[in-house]
Each structure stands twice: as structure tokens, then as C-alpha cells.
Design a protein around this ligand. Structure first.
Ligand SMILES: [Zn+2]
Length: 311
């Protein structure tokens, strides 16, 4: 059985800061699952404060933690002191707020970033890089993805359903990989076992237009993914708190989206992060099948170049 952990970065809405909607799948064989989780535990141990476990959720550590910027010599302090200072500032902010709803929102915000307040901006960038390198170095991982440019004329004209198209593409490519693998096995053994694929989706209800609501529609009206051969077409929803695989998708989807959102600039930090995982996208005989940038012709990014769609 191959597991495909699926999550998105960016939203399908036009009114937000993301310029792309990126859906990504991290594929692992059930047999490599334990090794992967062990590596993730090792990664978290290097960054966590004491025994405080955390979820790798890029939104919470890749953005600015404003209190840190207001503390002088933050970088030269110990982790304990940094935590104490940020916590004190937050407590003061809560005390001074008289609005109950604002207080509630602040508490929620603080809770989400709390596992990272002892990490400087540089350390949090390294956490992202290390998480991407973990994927890049793990032989058993294969990635599938679709990144759609939200200002594409077809999207603006309302002819393209971002979430639906991205999902269809990722699942179809995952299925094509399983079929290719099966043909290879047939050529190399008289009675090959069949590898099925199972989709595991983030059931994070805080994300807008989340995939679960999309699936409810599919269940009621049928899904548009064509005839899947090996992928079991009932997805499994899980919480990213419990599944390391979903946390890895989160960082990979973010790295792809940021690279494209920032115009795929050569030698940029975004390109360097993207290159940490680009080689893990599904390829056959050197040809890139596992990732597509859906954008009008003429894009110069590494994905379009590899697929022969670029300049
Ligand atoms: Zn491109």
C-alpha cells in the first residue's frame, strides 16, 4: 500500500495574498512510514523547548513573531530567557486588552506560535530548511503536485475550479505512478502483488474551502477524477497533529507555492528551498510527471522548463 498525504498551500480565493493555489501529495510506502516518523521526531527534538512537542505547521513559524523584534539582543539570549521575555510581553498585552473577543483571539494566536517563540528568525528558517531536506534525503518519498496561477484567464473567467482541478491532477498522477509501477512488476515477476493507493487528507477545519467540504460534494454528486485503477477512491481524513506525513506536505506545498508566488527568481531563498525537494517529484525516464505549474505559456520557472512549457 502506498499512502498519499495531501494538503494545500494558498487559498482558492482571489482576495488573499497567495498568487497560486498549490495542492501537494507526499507519497510513502507503508513500509517506510516508521523510518519517516523517526526522522521527524529527531528533527523536532533539535528545535523544541524541553519536552514541549510541536506540530510542524509552516504558517506558525515562518511568519514574523512581532514580540521578538521588539526585544533587544534577542539572538544572544538563551532559549529560556527568550521564552520568558516573549511570554511576559504577551501577558501584558492580554492584561491591557478590555475586549473579551479580542482577548480570545489573541490567546488563540499566542497558543499557535508558542512552541516557536524561543527560536530566532534564523533558527525558524533552518527548521523549514531541515524539514525540506528531510523530504529531499528520504529515498522512499515521491511527490505529486499541481500549482495553479490564480490570475490565469481561465480562472478569472470562472471556467476553472481551482480545488477540483488540482485534486484531479494530483490523484490522477498518483494513480499513473501506481499503474506504471504495476506494469514494471508484471515484467519482472510472474505473479506480482498489487499496490493500492490510499489518500490521507488534512481535516483541518480552520483552512478556508477545505478539502473535506469538497469531498462531501464528491460523495453526493460523484467525483471528476476519471477511472482510477489503483487509488482507493474513498479518502481518509486525519488531523495533522497526529500524522507526521501531513506536516511534511504542509512544508513542501508551502515551498512550491512561495517559489512560484515570488516569480521563480533564480538564486532566491525561495528557489533554494524549492530545490531541496524538486528532485523528489515523480519522474519517469528523466521526464517530470509529478508536478505542473498551470500558468499561461512562456513561464521561465524550473517546473515549466522541465516540462518543456517554458520559453
Ligand atoms: Zn512555470
Amino acid at each position: 500500500m502506498f499512502l498519499l498525504y495531501v494538503d494545500a498551500s494558498g487559498t482558492p480565493e482571489q482576495q488573499d495574498v497567495s498568487r497560486h493555489y498549490t495542492l501537494l501529495g507526499v507519497c510513502v510506502h507503508e513500509g517506510t512510514w516508521f523510518a519517516l516518523n523517526k526522522r521527524m521526531d529527531g528533527l523536532k527534538r533539535r528545535y523544541r523547548f524541553g519536552s514541549q512537542d510541536f506540530e510542524i505547521h509552516v504558517k506558525q513559524f515562518a511568519s514574523t513573531i512581532s514580540e521578538q523584534e521588539q526585544i533587544q539582543d534577542f539572538e544572544s539570549m538563551s532559549w529560556t530567557d527568550r521564552r520568558a521575555r516573549v511570554a511576559a510581553m504577551r501577558e501584558q498585552r492580554l492584561q491591557s486588552s478590555t475586549n473579551a473577543e479580542q482577548k480570545r483571539q489573541l490567546r488563540q494566536k499566542y497558543k499557535r506560535t508558542d512552541p516557536f517563540i524561543h527560536l530566532s528568525r534564523l533558527e525558524r528558517s533552518r527548521l523549514l530548511e531541515d524539514a525540506l531536506d528531510l523530504v529531499g534525503a528520504h529515498e522512499g518519498i515521491r511527490l505529486f503536485g499541481e500549482s495553479i496561477f490564480k490570475a490565469h484567464p481561465g480562472v478569472l473567467a470562472g471556467q476553472i475550479d481551482l480545488v477540483g482541478q488540482a485534486f484531479e491532477q494530483v490523484v490522477a498522477r498518483f494513480d499513473a505512478f501506481l499503474q506504471r509501477r504495476h506494469r514494471w512488476k508484471q515484467q519482472n515477476s510472474p505473479r506480482p502483488s498489487i499496490d493500492n493507493g490510499l489518500l490521507i487528507l488534512d481535516r483541518d477545519t480552520s483552512t478556508e474551502a477545505n478539502l473535506q467540504s469538497q469531498f462531501t460534494t464528491y460523495r453526493q454528486h460523484g467525483h471528476p477524477w476519471g477511472n482510477l485503477v489503483h487509488v482507493i477512491d474513498v479518502p481518509f481524513f486525519a488531523s495533522s497533529e497526529q500524522l507526521g506525513g501531513l506536516q511534511l506536505v504542509d512544508v513542501c506545498a508551502y515551498a512550491v507555492r512561495r517559489y512560484l508566488d515570488k516569480n521563480a527568481m533564480p538564486n532566491s531563498p525561495e528557489e533554494r528551498n524549492f530545490l531541496r525537494i524538486f528532485h523528489r517529484f515523480d519522474r519517469d525516464a528523466g521526464k517530470l510527471h509529478g508536478l505542473r505549474h498551470y500558468v499561461p505559456a512562456g513561464c521561465h520557472c524550473l517546473i515549466c522548463q522541465a516540462r518543456g512549457h517554458g520559453n
